[in-house]
Ligand binder design. Structure first.
Ligand SMILES: Nc1ncnc2c1ncn2[C@@H]1O[C@H](COP(=O)(O)OP(=O)(O)OP(=O)(O)O)[C@@H](O)[C@H]1O
Length: 199
């Protein structure tokens, strides 16, 4: 039972690699997806968030208005920590549950796509860490193109994160995603072979 964390910076290609892994038949636990699910109405974190931040952060259909909540936590570190202390434990629990389920259904290896693996100090959750890397200039270009952002908007999103170069020191392996998709596929397949990864 092997758990492999997949991380990187914003727009360095985690989702792209995650898709390649799924195409190869590996289970991928997606932290961003789970983070959206745990705040859906009826879930534990949803109730706590409404208790703390009030019904003013809700849409008309009672779902959480991400932009309104985002505006509150963006301005205030204490509020951000409050939100994280509600959401993060639920995300970790759900990730652990999905991982266990995959092992129970017979998988030998589970990948966990966790964008903030290192910032959130979740390294002990996994046995190995793959960092999907591109140099910051390419990261900036791809982010601007994908999300239709100005250079300044993209730069501020990149600067809000730990620099991608710093994440390299935590990597068991690095996938250099600055070439073609084909080259990334080849690196991935070589790595899976080198580590003798079984499904
Ligand atoms: N090898 C590649 N060559 C060209 N474009 C690529 C390559 N890999 C990824 N991209 C493009 O770069 C953009 C960012 O990739 P992707 O969405 O996979 O990144 P991400 O790390 O999952 O981003 P986020 O952190 O925002 O979730 C996408 O538009 C994707 O299509």
């Amino acid at each position: 039972m092997l758990k492999i964390g997949l991380t990187g910076g914003i727009a360095t290609g985690k989702s792209t690699v995650s898709l390649l892994l799924k195409e190869r038949g590996f289970p991928v636990v997606d932290a961003d997806n789970i983070a959206r699910q745990v705040v859906e109405p009826g879930r534990v974190a949803y109730g706590k968030i409404v208790d703390v931040f009030g019904t003013g952060i809700l849409n008309e259909d009672n779902t959480i208005a991400r932009k309104k909540l985002g505006a509150i936590i963006f301005q205030d570190e204490e509020n951000r920590q409050k939100l994280n202390s509600i959401v993060h434990p639920e995300v970790r629990k759900a990730m652990a549950r999905q991982t266990e389920e995959a092992f129970r259904s017979g998988s030998h290896t589970v990948f966990l796509d966790i964008p903030l693996l290192i910032e959130s100090k979740l390294m002990p959750m996994v046995d190995k860490i793959i960092v999907v890397y591109v140099p910051e200039t390419i990261q900036l270009q791809r982010l601007m193109a994908r999300d239709n952002l100005t250079r300044a908007e993209a730069e501020s999103r990149i600067q809000a994160q730990m620099p991608i170069d710093e994440k390299l020191s935590y990597a068991s392996a690095v996938l250099y995603n600055d070439g073609t998709l084909e080259q990334t596929k080849q690196q991935l397949d070589q790595l899976l072979q080198k580590w003798d990864i079984r499904k």
